[in-house]
Design a protein around this ligand. Sequence first.
Ligand SMILES: N[C@@H](CCC(=O)N[C@@H](CS)C(=O)NCC(=O)O)C(=O)O
Length: 281
Amino acid sequence: MRPLLLLFCYYKVATAFVSASRGGVAPSPTSLAGGYDATIGADPKTPIQFFVLPGNTCPYVQRTHITLIELGLPYDVTEVTGMPKPDWYLKINPRGKVPAIRVPTADYAVIYESAICNEFLCDYATFRQQKQRLMPMDPFMRARIRLLNDHCDNVFSKTQFTFLMNKDEEKHFECMNQMEEALRMYEDALVESKGPYLLGEDFTIADLHLLPFIQRLTITLKHWKEYELPTDKFPKLVEWVQSCLERDSVKASSMTREKTIEVYSRFVEADYSFGGLNKNK
Ligand SMILES: N[C@@H](CCC(=O)N[C@@H](CS)C(=O)NCC(=O)O)C(=O)O
């Protein structure tokens, strides 16, 4: 069963590389001329190239950073500067966002969108026969992870940012309640899994997907809204944050409190809509 599974994984990864490099999404090395990043060779021993914003401030990048560290995969950081993004980077990620990764293989594979990068890295680690796992093999657990992650991106993060950005006193409790309602899913998941992590004993990509947003929530909402996660409503979630913060990968990828306030001041003071997350607008 095991060799068959490995063969399947190999096939999946190999075909993904082929379709990525031929499908027009991921450019071939030669079409990347113009950026210093294009000069990396196709040596399979070359580390994974990890594209980030300068200053380590992005929660989506933090997800992939935690994944790379937890899986023990070798990587090199490339900072992408400028607004709009330079052409060489738009050839890597046509959406102009970070994170993105590029994996040296016989040809190149370019992957973007944090959730997709992270699932890919899990598959890649399995393909490399590594012991570290952040994604269970059980199909039901995998679907559970994807549902939790989808809830984070499509429900929870909007309520968090809307609450933070709200300037209308009368809407304070409405915004707070909406955010707490969205957080309920995680408290329930932790009760069901018995913790310490969202799926039970193992730290998975469901935890690292949510954590950067909860870290920012606890710092910014305390600073601007005098709000703290209530331990009577969210006892398991509060414990979960502590368990996650103890991990080396989380420590290595986190912004300080001061830096977080500095970064978010720019959003709060400018009343920024932040990619449509601010639903006050
Ligand atoms: N859905 C994307 C969102 C990524 C995203 O919005 N990244 C922001 C930084 S936090 C970005 O690259 N914005 C463009 C820019 O800053 O130029 C993901 O999960 O990767």
